[in-house]
Ligand binder design. Structure first.
Ligand code: BG6
Length: 489
């Protein structure tokens, strides 16, 4: 009889009472449990300042679970793996007590000494926690030890490096799993497969056949209750430094020689290294910033960013970024990668559009002289799938062409079972697969690129607000493409 080997571990979540743990981590662990991807050999220790009990913690975990639960017994059997440990980051005895709880649970759940430390809390404590984990011997075990770290990973290159140096005093690079939750999204993971498993795309995937690539990630929501964090971050640090540049790297990289973590990451690093560095002047030429004013979202009035109680009424923080990125290598010379992301836009959507060049001497048009461009659209969310925009003949005896679309919808087929990003990432980490986590070299290169933009923007006050809530951003974002003869799709 075949026996299933499940990953085993004691998972310690720092920031167990926080929003991320509640919204993403507990539901994801539950889905792994429910889908039989983890067995019974795991325990979760929730760590935070509040004086909760195990019972209260289990109650909160239960409330956070979104999957329909069949029986109370099932849910109780899941939450019985959860333990709460009130904690003071700066107190030695907190770490010592945590160690003895970990050791007990290790024996009880037969987790073979495997330990995952998940930092889902205020970043100012990342370094201290990592160092205390080391100092108080929490890493001394016969099993594996991994550190999962949430963003923000620093505020600029310098602070990211400082944080990384602190982490590296306690953990090896191979033990550090830096989360970028976009890398857990089904269709972001599909980029590599679409490219490297399809001859019809990869052969055309270069500057001879592609005119430009556009990545849009728009949100309906404003900054909600995160105004304070967002004031010091802005869309550039919040979305571009990580998610947007990661998608650029996946679209631009060369095929890896093997599908191993090191090979994939090294190709991504190479792609990021090929991005043309900006200057202050080229930042203003190639990047557009925006901030939402009041407007209407789904027929409801919404306030502007500066009206948020946690935001400076004269705030210079951008809630929108559009930019043109050039990649100076043999494959991509001359092909702009346009990115666009913002809050309080017209819709919640992430998609990639690959626009192909027209054929030489294409004699066909739609009857009014217009040609339909071939596009490959990769829908990341909320739809998941691919659409190919092609031309076909109109059945009217003329030579007129009509646009047609070939669609593949991923989440229509898999339905609600498409795994959540966090679910996949937690599972990967438990199995020691770091491919979909960011290596320090990627983080460093992304910060160096983004730092030039933030410095340029900080040197000049912007004319904000410059886009209406519910729109697709400021007009300058459209002009950015118009200058090059393109438009956003
Ligand atoms: C996070 C940002 O990293 O990504 C948020 O901090 C943003 O501001 C979120 O809303 C977007 O993620 P998703 O998965 O909803 O596109």
């Amino acid at each position: 009889m075949e026996t299933t080997t499940y990953p085993k571990a004691v998972i310690v979540i720092f920031g167990a009472t926080g929003d991320l743990a509640k919204r993403k981590l507990y539901p994801s662990i539950h889905r792994l449990f429910n889908n039989n991807q983890i067995g019974d050999e795991f325990a979760v220790i929730g760590v935070a300042r509040r004086p909760w009990t195990n019972d209260l913690f289990r109650e909160k975990v239960k409330e956070s679970i979104q999957t329909p639960i069949t029986t109370d017994e099932e849910i109780d059997s899941f939450t019985s793996h959860f333990y709460y440990h009130p904690f003071d980051v700066t107190d030695k005895s907190s770490f010592q007590d945590l160690m003895s709880l970990m050791n007990d649970l290790d024996g009880q759940y037969r987790t073979e000494g495997n330990r995952m430390f998940y930092l889902a809390m205020a970043p100012e404590f990342f370094g201290t926690i990592a160092q205390n984990i080391q100092e108080y011997g929490l890493k001394e075990t016969n099993g594996w030890t991994r550190l999962v770290i949430e963003k923000p990973f620093g505020h600029n290159f310098e602070s990211a490096k400082k944080l990384n140096d602190e982490l590296r005093e306690a953990f090896d690079e191979k033990q550090i799993y830096r989360i970028d939750h976009y890398l857990g999204k089904e269709m972001v993971q599909n980029i590599e497969v679409i490219r490297f498993a399809n001859a019809i795309f990869e052969h055309l995937w270069n500057n001879r056949f592609i005119s430009n690539i556009q990545i849009t990630s728009s949100e309906l929501l404003g900054v909600e209750d995160r105004g304070k964090y967002y004031e010091s971050s802005g869309a550039l640090r919040d979305m571009v430094q990580n998610h947007m540049l990661q998608m650029v790297a996946l679209l631009a990289m060369e095929p890896p020689i093997k599908l191993t973590t090191d090979e994939v990451r090294s190709e991504k690093v190479k792609a990021l290294r090929s991005i043309r560095p900006l200057t202050k002047q080229s930042t203003f030429d190639h990047f557009v910033r925006g901030q939402y004013g009041k407007g209407e979202i789904e027929e409801e009035h919404v306030d502007g960013y500066r009206e948020d109680p946690n935001v400076d009424s004269e705030s210079n923080t951008e809630t929108f970024v559009a930019g043109k990125i050039m990649i100076d290598n043999y494959r991509w010379a001359g092909v702009p990668f346009y990115i666009r992301t913002g809050k309080r836009m017209k819709e919640k959507l992430t998609k990639i559009v690959v626009e192909f060049k027209d054929l030489p001497m294409n004699l066909y048009n739609n009857g009014s002289g217009k040609k339909q461009t071939n596009l490959l659209v990769i829908h990341i969310q909320p739809d998941e799938g691919i659409t190919l925009h092609l031309n076909a003949k109109q059945s009217d005896g003329t030579r007129t062409i009509i646009p047609i679309q070939l669609d593949y919808c991923n989440n229509c087929i898999n339905g609600i079972n498409t795994p959540e990003a966090y679910e996949k990432l937690i599972y990967d980490c438990m199995n020691g697969d770091a491919t979909n986590f960011t290596h320090w070299d990627e983080v460093a290169l992304s910060w160096q690129f983004v730092d030039t933009i933030s410095k340029a923007w900080e040197s000049q006050k912007a004319e904000f607000p410059n886009y209406t809530s519910g729109s697709m951003g400021p007009d300058d974002a459209d002009k950015l493409l118009e200058k090059d003869g393109f438009n956003w799709w």
